[in-house]
Design a protein around this ligand. Structure first.
Ligand code: HEM
Ligand code: HEM
Length: 157
């Protein structure tokens, strides 16, 4: 079976962990943002800083992923899979890249320009990311349990 390169696999799972962190520790920045919109002072905290830093790092890693992808390509799609499944996976993968570039940009605008509109866009994008993740993990489980294929190994060491 053809696999993604080790570098691509590391990048995939590091981004996954950072995103997990963004969801688990979002509370302090959400509260601080609300307070700032109401014109109140916010005491800086480590978790607020971490959201900004992790988000920025995700942006850089996604750009790196796209760059590596252009250079190394991706393993060819398993032949036994239907064309429709290939198309669905391509749509989900490219949507991931788009959403993961726009999330940090909208977050940055929301925070640094104090823009409520960008904050709303950030929340919509967050929901889109969750939806994509649901489809993506669902597809992995479908491949493993229903189609009994080891597709998962393509993105594992
Ligand atoms: C991949 C990167 C990112 C992810 C997955 C992410 C995720 C999240 C999540 C889940 C929330 C909570 C939204 C809610 O309350 O429903 C949030 C809020 C927020 N994030 Fe991010 N974030 C990312 C990057 C960034 C960056 C880079 C910045 C700023 C430089 C930022 C600024 C904010 C702000 C200001 C809020 C509060 C506004 C709001 O609740 O809509 N985020 N983020
Ligand atoms: C925030 C979390 C995640 C994001 C943003 C994400 C994103 C992506 C993207 C963009 C690709 C396509 C890579 C490319 O061709 O350039 C990919 C591939 C893959 N991901 Fe994820 N992923 C996440 C979590 C997961 C999880 C939890 C699993 C395991 C259940 C998983 C399993 C895979 C597998 C197996 C592939 C390879 C698909 C193939 O062989 O065509 N991912 N992921």
């Amino acid at each position: 079976m053809q696999k993604y390169s080790n570098l691509q696999i590391w990048l995939h799972w590091i981004v996954f962990i950072l995103i997990l962190g963004q969801f688990v520790f979002h509370e302090p920045i959400s509260e601080a943002f609300e307070l700032r919109l109401e014109g109140q002072e916010v005491v800086p905290s480590a978790l607020i800083g971490l959201h900004l830093v992790f988000g920025g790092v995700v942006f850089l890693l996604i750009v790196t992923r796209l760059w590596v992808r252009m250079g190394q390509g991706v393993p060819s799609y398993p032949k036994e899979n239907a064309a429709l499944m290939e198309l669905a996976s391509k749509i989900v993968h490219w949507s991931f890249y788009g959403v993961l570039l726009l999330l940090p940009i909208s977050g940055g605008f929301a925070w640094f320009q104090l823009s409520e509109g960008a904050g709303n866009a950030h929340e919509i994008l967050k929901t889109a990311l969750l939806l994509l993740l649901f489809l993506h993990v669902g597809a992995s489980l479908f491949h493993y349990f229903v189609l009994k294929s080891n597709l998962f190994k393509r993105m594992w060491w």
